[in-house]
Design a protein around this ligand. Structure first.
Ligand SMILES: [Zn+2]
Length: 321
């Protein structure tokens, strides 16, 4: 097959017939086709990569908004983290100090090092980095919050035990107006036996019938006071504390009965080996008698304390055992 093609010859200034072979014709077709396809590819590339479609534009907008939201969440998490750190500081510096608890170890409160590895194998873009940060922050916050909850539970238990213990330590005066401590703690001359003997408590003179109060929470003991103590009450306060109130004219509590600090337990008298109405008051700690004057500290003024301490040093004026 042969087709006629013409070309313009500038020398003759006329169109001349050109002969084109079959393969020449095919080559030309292929060349035109390849050019057209290349051009189409170029147009498509521009359409895809240079200009966004409306759908792409919408997704881009959504994406930007999401990123913005993620940034806001991330900032809020920072604020929450700071607030929690403040609570942790108070926990360590104040609450744990008050209740004599050990501080929480650093690694228990800071799980960062374990969490960092979770995203390490994923290739990161900006959004993923943001998500990774948020994930680390929320996980850390959850971990720390849980640790803080456990810590506060422990402190609550300590606080309950502490307040229970504080209520069980003798801390008030067994008689409301007890300025007249006539015999102190320690060695003194016994009023009846007239020999030097250890005095295991303090003697407080008061008119017969003056109310006597339990000095801490406890249970009235089944133990009996030694002979010579007259009508007596022993209160077991737990935490290795006991108190004893002797020479009463009347007691109004029974063995096994629970008493509160400040509760009336009896009245001053002169029963047993005693030479006048007074209360003999003892405080025992770990089965050893200790000076009761040291346990009045919480409710007397420094002047009262000095006065009681001075008069309690007078060893010759004992009224009883
Ligand atoms: Zn005494």
């Amino acid at each position: 097959m042969e087709r006629n093609f013409y070309f313009f010859n500038p020398n003759t200034m006329s169109f001349e017939k050109a002969k084109l072979s079959f393969w020449g014709f095919i080559k030309r077709i292929v060349w035109v086709g390849a050019t057209a396809i290349s051009f189409a590819i170029l147009v498509l590339w521009i359409a895809f990569y240079v200009f966004d479609s409306p759908r792409e534009k919408m997704l881009q907008r959504e994406n930007n908004e999401l990123k913005e939201q993620l940034n806001i969440i991330s900032e809020r998490l920072d604020v929450m983290s700071l607030t929690l750190e403040d609570i942790q500081d108070r926990d360590d510096q104040v609450y744990r100090t008050i209740f004599e608890a050990d501080p929480i170890p650093f690694e228990k409160r800071n799980p960062w090092f374990n969490l960092r590895t979770r995203y390490d194998s994923i290739p990161m873009n900006e959004t993923l980095k943001l998500l990774k940060n948020i994930d680390i922050k929320t996980s850390t916050l959850l971990f720390k919050l849980n640790e803080e909850r456990i810590s506060l539970d422990t402190l609550l238990q300590l606080a309950e035990r502490k307040s229970d213990m504080m209520a069980s330590i003798p801390a008030i005066r067994p008689i409301k107006n007890m300025y007249n401590v006539t015999s102190g703690f320690g060695m003194r001359i016994h009023p009846i036996l007239k020999t030097r003997q250890p005095h295991r408590g303090v003697d407080i003179t008061a008119p017969k019938g003056t109310p006597v109060y339990a000095t801490a929470d406890g249970v009235v003991s089944y133990k009996q006071a030694p002979s010579g103590y007259g009508l007596s009450v022993i209160v077991d306060h737990g935490y290795s504390y006991e108190t004893l109130y002797a020479h009463l004219s009347k007691k109004i509590v029974k063995s096994g009965q629970k008493v509160k600090r400040g509760e009336l337990i009896g009245y001053v008298g002169n029963t047993g080996f005693s030479v006048g109405a007074h209360l003999h008051y003892e405080v025992w700690k770990n089965n050893i008698p200790v000076n009761p004057v040291n346990f009045f500290l919480s409710e007397i003024t420094p002047e009262e304390y000095n006065s009681i301490l001075e008069s309690s040093k007078i060893v010759n004026q004992a009224l009883s055992f």
